[in-house]
Design a protein around this ligand. Sequence first.
Ligand SMILES: Nc1ncnc2c1ncn2[C@@H]1O[C@H](COP(=O)(O)OP(=O)(O)OP(=O)(O)O)[C@@H](O)[C@H]1O
Ligand SMILES: [Mg+2]
Length: 300
Amino acid sequence: MSIIEKAAGKLEKEGTPSVKQAPAVPSNSGNELGSGTDNSANETLQGFSPTFAAPPGPKRITLNLAKMRQYGIVTPDEGRTQVAEQFRVIKRPLLTNAFNKGAGMIKNGNLIMVTSALAGEGKSFCTVNLAMSIAMEMDRTVLLVDADVARPTLPKILGLGTERGLLDLLLDEKLDMADVLIKTDIEKLTLLTAGKRHSHSTELLASQSMASLLRELAQRYADRVVIFDSPPILLTSEARVLASQMGQIVLVVEAETTSQQTVKETLRQIESCDVVNLIYNKARSFSGGEYYGYYYHEPA
Ligand SMILES: Nc1ncnc2c1ncn2[C@@H]1O[C@H](COP(=O)(O)OP(=O)(O)OP(=O)(O)O)[C@@H](O)[C@H]1O
Ligand SMILES: [Mg+2]
């Protein structure tokens, strides 16, 4: 049993989060999501230009599913792959929590932030996969928000340019949400990019305007899941502020890399959110044999 498994077991025993495992996707050329110091997220990739429909109405793009698949992203035309199956299992409790109208109802349960302790653990990978997986549900819609405003990665994965987005909404009171949302050819998937870079982006994310925007998102889209890609918890302050306003958090833990102490400290930092789910990411099978395999962590 690895240190994280033990940690997760202990934490679960103590009444904290459940752990799901996302498999490591075999790497192939071009599936780097631009972690580390890559600041080129807003560049349009060669051969990966989205098609824009003419106005009126919200901007609409056609996603390049082939390119997304290269990043290891689940796409609707792909059928039952191992990764798709994993995210199907991972999303289920999130959806139950999001739309539970009974006694266990969670405040703003439809606001789900995907985060991690440190950089490069797989937040963006898991965010987009979760959003795609939920968008494939019959009766659910998804708004995918890039709240990693300092180092946005979603444009690269989804082939977006430098559209107006979250930061523009926070800065310009006259701007309406409908002006910046981007509809996609996946009917149930809508995007909100990080927006134009701003020197005070960190402060903006932790601002009162952001708090009221989140309230509006939670209420205006009560039948919709709003899923946020975000900065790492231990390396930024705004991620913690964001976390305190979410209904649910998905904490991505990189297998065999992130220490037990780091996970514990991160959980402590986000304890203001009642519902925290763990994804054990980039994991090989716990049995050591197979590369893939869903693993649901039972308390030890
Ligand atoms: N389950 C996985 N299988 C294979 N590769 C993965 C998996 N999860 C993430 N990766 C790869 O790991 C790298 C980092 O992933 P990602 O960009 O999603 O991390 P991040 O936490 O969003 O990073 P950052 O903190 O820089 O935003 C990428 O190259 C991505 O393709
Ligand atoms: Mg990221």
